[in-house]
Design a protein around this ligand. Structure first.
Ligand SMILES: [Zn+2]
Length: 238
């Protein structure tokens, strides 16, 4: 039954997991590597698309799907024979498929392709995100230039660079990376008890330019910082 189901609908399941941990009732997780025949794959994609559309727009159809799923779950929970049967078929299917190098390679290629497209999307979104860009730039400036850390008019926190990664308690988060130690920390200015923020927490989510020093809020490049510094010094003198 499982082999029939999966070969007909292209339902996916992890290759390595034990039969008990399969998402037995899931019919929405599509394995794009199966079937291998592109013609059939195309037809299945179209069919799945129609189904998704119906589920999204036809409440009656959706209710029926939910009810069917519930019944299958109930039967699985209450009928040991049914359960045995499903697991056995699943196991046969799994063993056979995982021994087919061509199938395994196709699955892995599909996973890699999805991962690549996800990576590309992430890189693009980050490149378009002004907060992300300023966060990266500011980190570099603080790492490379002592005068950036020590002489600019920072608002609430001052950057402090340590020679090696150190652990501090960030007031804003408990990120694993931060817990393991980082080189750049932001110390609260004028606070007798030392209070620290990690680089990411120092930059507000809603108003990231507030992390820049007084008078530098609109600056986004190193050149801009140098020019602004000279400008501000000239106005202070004159
Ligand atoms: Zn933090």
């Amino acid at each position: 039954m499982f082999s029939l189901l999966s070969s007909t609908f292209g339902i996916s399941r992890p290759l390595i997991l034990k039969p008990q941990t399969w998402r037995i009732f899931s019919s929405t997780h599509v394995n794009h590597a199966l079937p291998m025949d592109p013609e059939r794959r195309k037809k299945l994609d179209e069919r799945n698309e129609r189904r998704r559309f119906r589920i999204a727009h036809d409440p009656e159809y959706q209710a029926k799907q939910d009810e069917d799923k519930k019944q299958r779950r109930l039967r699985y929970a209450s009928d040991p024979q049914y359960r045995e049967k499903l697991l056995e078929f699943g196991h046969i299917w799994n063993t056979r498929k995982s021994q087919d190098p061509e199938y395994v390679e196709a699955c892995n290629a599909s996973i890699r392709a999805r991962q690549r497209s996800f990576d590309k999307l992430r890189v693009r979104l980050q490149a378009e995100n002004p907060r992300y860009r300023l966060r990266k730039s500011l980190h570099q400036w603080c790492l490379k230039h002592d005068w950036v850390r020590e002489t600019l008019p920072w608002k609430t926190h001052q950057p402090v660079l340590f020679a090696s990664k150190v652990h501090k308690e960030c007031k804003g988060c408990t990120r694993v990376k931060v817990r393991e130690g980082v080189k750049l920390w932001w110390r609260k200015i004028g606070d007798r008890d030392e209070s620290w923020l990690c680089h990411a927490c120092h930059m507000p989510m809603d108003n990231h330019t507030a992390a820049m020093p007084y008078g530098y809020e609109d600056v986004t490049t190193m050149e801009g910082i140098i020019n602004r510094k000279q400008e501000l010094e000239r106005t202070a003198k004159g």
